[in-house]
Design a protein around this ligand. Structure first.
Ligand SMILES: Nc1nc2c(ncn2[C@@H]2O[C@H](COP(=O)(O)OP(=O)(O)OP(=O)(O)O)[C@@H](O)[C@H]2O)c(=O)[nH]1
Ligand SMILES: [Mg+2]
Length: 629
């Protein structure tokens, strides 16, 4: 066993602590904006960040008390509502006793970690939320390491204390240990603690005294979150951190005034990534107030502000006065760990429901994505119609794929592959913290499967009837495991993953192990043909569906691909005894979903994406060509 790590932890301290430096500020007089606090809410997925914001908005009247129950009001995007998770960081502002609090909600899922990293540049402290039952989880570690690297002091919020199984005091210790292990300073270790039930919108500083509203949390923020210390009178410096879109105002650029004042009507210069600058006039300036945005005449240093109507500003750009160019360092986030290839859809069913099909349209759309999404990278390849798209995980790529298909794009996506890096001269690959919670009886199977995938068991705790296992495993070894895990644990297991860093490449790992069932002819599937095949396989298609030669219609129960005719009709002589019965006993097919499909694919296969369909296929469609290949 060699726990040796060519350690490049994801949370390695960032020498560039925050984008709030800048040469001209050396002589500046900084004063505290006591009327303002800027905070990000950070946590592992589902620990209750967005729900807590509902409570804060409601208590300050930003969500009217009489309004119907809104749940997770800040999760305003369609995909966020559908999946019940936050995907993009968003800011809001509430007033409490004359102080304006800018609060930035962040996603807790590891794949969207880049969103957390970039918005930490907007704030002066963080509310670290930890679930009173789950405690410290992999993404807690990630977000804490990023906050510490920026010198931010967390305010600890232990949430969900209404749950009967809560173990808030033990969780406090876990957080202390985490901070300590990540090298927190004395000041950072001396964090204040508030216990909340975001669901009931209550907070208390003393668990023995139940909370009645969120006032104790507001008070803790005013007491412990530092006011921005800024130079309000120096020359303007504003950095664009995120983008948004408003149906009326168009593209919105959200950022922080680092120095000076940003005024409506002012002429400013934008400094782009290549160092070039261009001037324009600020025509629309806004600020968040609750769930709305209001027009402003001026935003002062320390304020988070929104600029509308200027299409050229990109994330990371600095706005300055035209005669005082002083760009802030660009925003840097951890590099992507995973890449896939996007290419035009070449299946025989291509172009039936999409509007944007060409490699040029796909390439343009992907490049547009990178302008707003700092953790996605797009590169051309030697082949003119294939693009490499690199990101932080299958879910992040799946969200991009789903967004594009809803916009009318068609394309194919290859199997994800991990991105290796040279670390200290060694060939390394991304490894992840994997925390698994399962009923005790399933401990054995989980250890067996993850060990085969080169996971290292780091700890095993029993709590009541369940076991909590922590592994470190190569990202590569985890492809395709989620589905297996859910079936191994009869749907009762929970698994959390978060990239931890890089370790030496562990060599080849076993592939999928099961074969694909491949259609040999184009046509419509018949119940009769499928019925015969389903004995030996798990089908991905139902009866009466258009298929083509080379399309993957199911998964075999054993290794090795199998070519089958799925459009075969029943012999005429048997017609009377036929079809209906077979259709009735066809098991429902497994629906092809994006993340699952990406994990399922082998190298010689593709996921075909259209607005209306997701299909799996062989890269080479004719069976006889494949054999020879
Ligand atoms: N019992 C209980 N459940 C809560 C509490 N706060 C949040 N929840 C539930 O936890 C789930 C996740 O809540 P969210 O607010 O979406 O969590 P989040 O941290 O914003 O999640 P991501 O943005 O996806 O990382 C929801 O089902 C909430 O209803 C709480 O205080 N008590
Ligand atoms: Mg959320």
């Amino acid at each position: 066993m060699s726990p040796l790590r060519c350690s490049l932890p994801v949370g390695a301290p960032d020498a560039r602590a925050g984008p709030r430096s800048g040469s001209a500020s050396l002589l500046a007089v900084k004063t505290a904006r006591n009327d303002l606090r800027n905070l990000a809410i950070i946590a592992h997925v589902d620990h209750g960040k967005t729900t807590l914001l509902d409570g804060l908005l409601r208590q300050t009247g930003a969500i009217a008390a009489h309004r119907q129950v809104v749940e997770r009001a800040m999760d305003s995007e369609d995909l966020e509502k559908e999946r019940g998770i936050t995907i993009h960081a968003k800011e809001t502002a509430v007033e409490f006793e004359g102080v304006r609090l800018h609060l930035v909600d962040t996603p807790g899922h590891a794949d969207f970690g880049g969103e957390v990293e970039r918005v930490l540049g907007l704030v002066d402290s963080v509310l670290l939320l930890v679930d009173a039952v789950e405690g410290v989880m992999p993404q807690t570690r990630f977000v804490v390491s990023k906050a510490l690297a920026r010198g931010l002091r967390p305010l600890l919020v232990i949430n969900k204390v209404d749950r009967p199984e809560q173990r808030a005091h033990a969780v406090m210790d876990e957080v202390f240990e985490l901070l300590d292990s990540l090298g927190a300073s004395e000041e950072q270790l001396d964090f204040p603690v508030v216990f909340t039930s975001a669901k009931h919108a209550t907070a208390t500083r003393d668990l023995e005294v139940p909370g009645t509203d969120l006032r104790p949390l507001f008070e803790t923020i005013l007491e412990h979150a530092p006011a921005p210390r800024v130079d309000e009178n120096g020359p303007l410096q504003f950095q664009a951190v995120t983008l948004d879109h408003d149906p009326y105002l168009g593209r919105l650029v959200i950022g922080r005034v680092n120095r000076g004042r940003l005024q409506r009507g002012a002429h400013v210069a934008r400094i782009a990534e290549n160092g070039e600058s261009e001037s324009f006039r600020i025509t629309k300036l806004l600020g968040a107030r609750g769930l709305e945005r209001v027009e402003l005449d001026e935003a002062r240093a320390g304020d988070l502000a929104v600029i509308a109507g200027i299409d050229s500003i990109e994330v990371g750009d600095t706005l300055c006065e035209p005669d005082q160019l002083d760009p802030l360092p660009r925003i840097s986030v951890d590099p992507p760990t995973l890449r896939v290839h996007f290419s035009p859809n070449t299946s025989p069913l291509a172009g039936r429901d999409g509007r944007f099909l060409t490699s040029r349209q796909i390439g343009d759309r992907l490049r547009r994505e990178t302008l707003g999404n700092v953790s996605i990278r797009v590169e051309p390849t030697d082949a003119p119609d294939i693009f490499v798209v690199a990101g932080r995980g299958e879910l992040q790529l799946a969200v991009l794929i789903e967004t594009m298909r809803r916009e009318g794009y068609e394309f194919s996506v290859s199997r994800p592959e991990i991105i290796r890096r040279q670390v200290e001269g060694k060939n390394c690959e991304p490894v992840e913290d994997v925390v698994v919670e399962v009923p005790k009886a399933y401990t054995g199977i989980v250890v067996e499967k993850l060990s085969a995938r080169r996971g290292r068991l780091e700890s095993l705790d029993h709590r009541d009837g369940s076991a909590r296992l922590s592994f470190v495993a190569p990202s590569r070894g985890l492809f395709g495991y989620r589905g297996e895990f859910l079936s191994d644990t009869r749907g009762e297991g929970v698994m959390h993953r978060s990239v931890r860093g890089y370790e030496p490449w562990v060599g080849d790992l076993p592939g999928r192990g099961i074969g694909a069932i491949i259609a040999t002819e184009a046509g419509r599937t018949t119940a009769h043909a499928l019925f015969n095949i389903q004995q030996r396989s798990l089908l991905f298609v139902g009866a009466g569906l258009a298929v083509y030669e080379g399309q993957i219609v199911g998964e075999s129960r054993r290794a090795g691909d199998m070519n089958v005719n799925v459009i075969r009709a029943k012999k005429l002589t048997n017609v009377r005894a036929a079809g209906k019965d077979e259709a009735a006993v066809l098991s429902p097919p497994r629906e092809v979903a994006i993340e699952w499909g990406l994990e399922w694919l082998e190298e010689d296969e593709l996921l075909e994406v259209t607005p209306a369909h997701l299909r799996l296929r062989k890269r080479i469609l004719p069976a006889n060509h494949r054999k020879r290949g």
